[in-house]
Design a protein. Structure first.
Length: 122
């Protein structure tokens, strides 16, 4: 029986293992916007932990997915703060106040879900 083939990323590419390495691998023009976004998320959710999942940088709060962010050829994106994706360009990054508001709302949602799961049904 032949050994099972494993899929590898294309030559010249590697998967980031940390959020710092993910951001560092971004194109120079997008890196500043991603660093600003990362800093705003950390400020809004200091107890959140960084993670890499689905090939994107992300944050988890109390073991639950909080948000993810990524970079693409012509835009950056923030995932997990509502029903859709928030796309933005590197030259027009998201405002810190908006990021804080979105993150606080998502934390409240995670907390409410945890409280609802802890309560017995009448």
């Amino acid at each position: 029986m032949a050994p099972k083939a494993t899929k590898r990323p294309p030559a010249g590419t590697t998967r980031a293992k940390t959020v710092a390495s993910y951001v560092a691998a971004a194109p120079k023009d997008q890196r500043a916007a991603l660093m600003k976004l990362r800093k705003a998320i950390k400020a809004a959710a200091p107890k959140a932990t960084e993670s890499i999942s689905y090939g994107m940088a992300g944050f988890r709060y109390n073991g639950k997915r909080l948000v993810y962010f990524s970079y693409w050829k012509d835009h950056c994106a923030l995932y997990g703060v509502g029903k859709g994706t928030i796309r933005f360009s590197a030259d027009k990054p998201l405002a810190d106040r908006l990021v804080t508001k979105l993150i606080k709302a998502k934390i409240a949602e995670i907390r409410n879900d945890a409280l609802g799961a802890a309560r017995p049904n009448p």
